[in-house]
Write a protein that binds this ligand. Structure first.
Ligand code: APR
Length: 246
């Protein structure tokens, strides 16, 4: 039996499957990784200048412009065959699939899995930088156009709805991710380097709880040691092979 056949058999019989995705999941949709997004004009900055609250406060217009470019990239991208294979598998097998992503794009959702657990937020969902100082909780549509847009009444700035360096992950998302990792029969890890915690720890959580761990990545990752099967290929190529029927 080949590794692909073995993984297919696991996925066909699993009662609960958790899928953890990272930047490699969206690579074939043309969305650059965080590191690649810092190329060209942006290469003279370091990550904290572009993706932290401190960096935003130091130069809101610069950070806004960087995110504006990345948001456009997300809007222009389409889900790839891997996103589609995951959502189709989930729909065919109700109650089985939980997708947990580190990606801030919406490609799992657009492929048909709106309930995707997002550990690092949503790049398309702006929010206010400060709690409304007047306690009004204005809708973000109240912001006046600008870079970044600001509240006409109090000057509060809009910021992208992603988790920046130094910020906590949304508690409900991390709870849901840990629960899914603990309760699954199979954890499928796709396109993540396994370098960023706590997402990287989910493979060990799952393995210790008795799950089979499958890693899909064309290259080595830092969590390969947790895997029962390493499928060396890309998300768009491997996921349809292990998930599609027939
Ligand atoms: N299919 C599958 N995997 C791929 C593909 C592909 N087509 N192309 C690249 N990869 C793999 C790479 O080999 C690498 O292991 O995807 C991984 C991408 O690693 P990272 O860029 O470190 O992405 P990720 O693991 O998601 O990083 C976690 O760090 O940059 C921050 O907040 C950002 O959410 C991100 C987090």
């Amino acid at each position: 039996m080949t590794d692909v056949e073995a993984v297919r058999a696991q996925l066909a019989q699993a009662r609960r499957v958790c899928v953890l995705t990272g930047a490699g999941m969206s690579a074939e949709s043309g969305i650059p990784t965080f590191r690649d997004a810092m190329s060209g004009l942006w290469s003279r900055f370091d990550p904290a200048q572009l993706a932290s609250e401190e960096g935003f406060r130091a130069d809101p217009a610069r950070v806004w412009a960087w995110y504006a470019e990345r948001k456009q990239g997300v809007r222009d991208a389409q889900p790839n065959a891997g996103h589609v294979a995951l959502a189709d598998y989930g729909r065919r097998r109700p109650g089985v699939l939980t997708i947990v992503t580190q990606n801030v794009d919406d490609l799992h959702q657009r492929a048909g899995w709106p309930q995707t657990v997002r550990l690092h937020g949503d790049i398309l969902a702006d929010r206010w930088l400060e709690a409304c100082p007047r306690g009004l909780g204005c809708a973000i549509t109240h912001a006046q156009p600008g870079e970044p847009p600001a509240c006409a009444d109090c000057g509060n700035l809009l910021r992208p709805g992603v988790v920046w360096f130094g910020e906590m992950l949304p508690e409900d998302a991390i709870d849901a991710a840990e629960r899914a990792a603990r309760d699954c029969d199979v954890l499928l890890v796709v396109g993540t380097s396994g370098a960023v915690w706590p997402a990287a720890g989910l493979a060990r959580v799952a393995r210790r709880a008795g799950a089979k761990v499958v890693i899909v990545n064309p290259q080595a990752s830092e969590i390969d040691g947790e895997a029962h099967w390493l499928l060396r290929g890309t998300a768009a190529e491997v996921l349809p092979r292990v998930l599609d029927e027939g």
